[in-house]
Design a protein around this ligand. Sequence first.
Ligand code: HEM
Ligand SMILES: [Ca+2]
Length: 680
Amino acid sequence: DDNGKCALLIPGATTSTCISYEAINRAFNAAKEITRLGGPQSKSKELSDIEIDVLGRTIVETSRILAKEFKLAPDAIHMGLPMIDTRHTVINQYCPVKYQRPQCKVQRYREPDGMCNNLENPHWGAVMAPFRRLLPPNFQDGVSAPRISVTGSELPTARLVSTLTHKDMGFHDHAVTIYLPAWGQLIDHDMAMGAESKDPRTNSEPKCCNVPPNQRHQACWPIDIPSADPFYKLFRRTCLDFVRSGAGVREQCKLGTRIAVNTVSAYLDASFVYGSDLETMNKLRVFKAGQLKSNAMNRHKGMKDLLPPQMENPDANCKRPSKDVHCFMAGDARVNQQMMLVALHTILMREHNRIALELSKINSHWDDERIFQETRHIIAAIVQQITYNEFLPMVLGKEVMERYSLLGERQGMLNKYNSKLEATLPTAFFAAAFRFGHSLIPNALERWSTTHKFIGSRRLSDIINKPFDVYTGNTCDEYLTGFMNQISQAVDDSVSQELTNHLFRDETSGFGSDLASLNIQRGRDHGVPSYNAYREFCGLRRARSWNDLAGAFTNETLHMYMQAYKTPDDLDLWSAGVSERPLPGSMVGPVFGCIMGETFKNLRLGDRFWFENAGQPSSFTQEQVNEIRKVKLSRVICDNSDHIETVQVYVMVLPDSEINPRVACKSGILPRINLSKWKE
Ligand code: HEM
Ligand SMILES: [Ca+2]
């Protein structure tokens, strides 16, 4: 019987603290009452999102009770409690097999959920793995309550920071096209999706603002709108809906601070094309010749297929004009958000089917499964190649690329796989740094003809969750051409009003939500420490006074921050991160550069299936790697659009007759991946 034994011994200055298994059992049983966790269920049962949230919150409550009883410091909660072996406690009876260590098989193809990529730590980077921490979390109570000001008062409401600092100024970048944010969002959806808290009654996100406080869902944490708000006061709004992310569960249901889990595989494995679980993947497959499902309605016009219709839950993330019109289905549920996503999802689905068809001709003895999986393996490689060779160099610049070993190899294999590097995303990356893209979004998306003439544009808030234009005429091509002609906004404090006042606006109200406020609140929700803490993490000087930040921001921005916050120690990471002066040759400043550099380093060197790794069952041959290295996004667009004939070599940058010429798709300047190297 372990009951009286110390589960954890925390050394102190005079005496040590012993937390016994008995104390943990007692705390868990008390926590269960608070969260109304039911009795233990079969351990092999798949938990629903709601059940995971309840279990996660019960573990957080258990930690809170122990922290109070044993007067634990934040460090002991964050570092100490997760060391307790919960298998010797009652928690074990509640912990589903899914959170136990699986037996991994070494295979050629990735698991859909990213499991067993790292053989020593199979959960790393996988679905349901908790986001990792670059810094200990900052929770007011050390366990789960959002942080407050270091002065002890409240932080400014997120909406105040948004209206003061993130006004719509509309400054353009000097060279970057819409393909850069489009690709950024696409790979964001490859890497990250937080778990929503759900209302058990509706199985969707609860509403908070129009519900009396005592009847609100426990995860409601709406944002106060100041009465002088320049926009919402026109509508007499005082409250913005916000729901805290669902609580996650650690491997073996270990104790500790509140965590959140990723619901997609963090690896760059094209999970947005295929889904992050087997069920979704199977729904997307034809099970013939390695093909993905598609919509052939335009074939009679000699045009390529569209994404298949979303028939199950047809109204999820989709505002349909009538019951016979459908949104699109892809590996990621956010595909219908707007045309940047729909267009890129469409050409990657087509690229899959194009490659699969060719492979089936080259290797006529391969069955459906082999063709499908090998094509999926190649598509993931193409996503990695474009990300590290076209996207990251523009975003981060050469110096940051070098510092984090992100530069592509020209020859040979990579051979730097390091099983000690965890590819799981840091909280600061998904809740703040990689949302830098929200600053790049223009007010409207433009359509251009395939001969590069402007046709028209649609206001962003008019097309959100309404991708239906893509069904008609040449719209898909026109957006694909528009994105290479339309210039992006700069990464700066300015954010489009389409996002800060009109996000998800419905037909009748005239106002929507505010993405800048959501980003700020989301950071606090997840215990992300302040910008100043990350300055120190990133090797910069911690600001002691506002003066110390004179070099970091423009005078105007700094001035606004001084109005909003009491001290530089309170600055929210997303807000200050987008507002930083960029590093030379980079779109982002030193703190976002460092958080992204750190993350993308582990996504490359910590991915056992990385396309340039040698010596693994998943490895491509050197000849095949050389073919993948030839791929550019411009080639993928050429091959998978209907009528586009000319593109600039690097589509994420405006054309320039000398350094980025516009060339014919047919010309040899844009080589195609030669699949004969896959002949067996
Ligand atoms: C029209 C364009 C876009 C819209 C409407 C949009 C909207 C949103 C919304 C509503 C969220 C969830 C906010 C929350 O409740 O926390 C979100 C999250 C996020 N966005 Fe965007 N976004 C856009 C473009 C981008 C771009 C260009 C990037 C990156 C380059 C990006 C990166 C992210 C990331 C990393 C998250 C967190 C995802 C997660 O893990 O859940 N977004 N976005
Ligand atoms: Ca992924």
